[in-house]
Design a protein. Sequence first.
Lengths: 244, 244
Amino acid sequence: MPQTATAPPARPSTPRERARAQTIRDIVRIGREHLAQHGAAALSLRAVARELGVVSSAVYRYVENREELLTLLLVDAYNELGDAVDAAVQACPEGDFTARFEALGVAVRDWALAQPPSYALLFGSPVPGYQAPAERTTGPGTRVIGTLAAILDGAWRAGQLSRADPRGAAEAAQLAADLAKIRGEMGLAVPDPELARGVLVWTSLFGAVSFEVFGQYGKDTFAARDKLFAHHLAVLAGVAGLRS
Amino acid sequence: MPQTATAPPARPSTPRERARAQTIRDIVRIGREHLAQHGAAALSLRAVARELGVVSSAVYRYVENREELLTLLLVDAYNELGDAVDAAVQACPEGDFTARFEALGVAVRDWALAQPPSYALLFGSPVPGYQAPAERTTGPGTRVIGTLAAILDGAWRAGQLSRADPRGAAEAAQLAADLAKIRGEMGLAVPDPELARGVLVWTSLFGAVSFEVFGQYGKDTFAARDKLFAHHLAVLAGVAGLRS
DNA sequence: GCAAGTCAAGAGCAGTGCTCACATTTGTTG
DNA sequence: CAACAAATGTGAGCACTGCTCTTGACTTGC
């Protein structure tokens, strides 16, 4: 049974293992190019093999199947997005939570618009017949929401998060169990109503980006899309309770 | 050159034309089943032909290619969603705009959860290599946003839409040209700030539904998803300016 | 009745994912 | 150093896909 990328090699790296790791990196690199150019569904192992200068069956020595290559690209893209978001957020003053939130939103949008197929792989309709293995993707896949939660939690702890207005309070109360679990897992202090609104802000942010990336706005409904998104971010900051 | 579904036959329907139309309906019906079961990317003309009891090349007499079948299914799904939303909205009292808005949201979510692949075809990542022809899809594709706009516009005309709070007003002003065009095309009276918020509510609604349908919440982060969505709807109603 | 139009069939092309038997290279060990 | 074994590359092959084209059968309108 060939050792695939699922199990990383042990610490002492023999030359062979390094060559193997390099080949896998090449495969991922070529796969990423193909993904960017033709989209996830058009990603072909045979095409990757051709570009790698090797016969098609040879790549199966390094990658179990097409799904695993998709998973590798998924993790790759999640980390790229996470890095971009973290860099943008950390470029803002530590105490300016509104600026940090808006930097996060802009970073997500910029990254998505720069590489739509990768964004589609992460946040679009799931590739049919492909279920991302949770144990390998939840880590990098939760980086953005983790950063967002940290921003809102920081604002709360700093006393800079306005209390949510009562609209929706009744429904939020019914989410107490779920919210408590999230608060525990992520080590947050934000109370229920504000946390629930944070979830909405999270989904709304990606909803706005997805509409734009996936072309739901049509061809020429919005000319000033940057401004539209800036407006959305400003309103969402208010929904989250951040000071303007 | 075979006459495909692009050009509908003239009024006087000969038996041949009726048989032809029936065959196309059968193809769409089978295609819809395959779409529901295996997703858009796995939709195979050959499989449809098999189930139709005909050799694969025969379906090309009725459907130009795979793309056109996808377009037919797209229009079909848009209309199904539009019908579901309209029925839900019209079941509410005419003057209760908040109830109408929430009925719209619930209808979208219910329809999406009932048939994820169809929802994915409409609002997920675009099928690679496939660009929906605008002249055939914009009509049915804008039914939901049209209904939503009608609700908010009705509320505004009835004096039941609170003015948007100033957050985001500066950004909304920069959208004046786009918003004026939308207002003209759809015959609306809502002023800029409220209209801009309506756009955000629209994208946010579908963002929340997409996250749930596409599995972004993970497996067990939220147990009470109905309540979560109800909360989102309540908050979004407030964002739109609807009275609670 | 016959020509025109329509339709289904089947072969075929180029591509895909993936498997398997075989050959070759490479690193380790007697 | 030679022999062995593990890792790697090869090419054929299977079953599938979208799509085209030719051929023959059928239906319809004149």
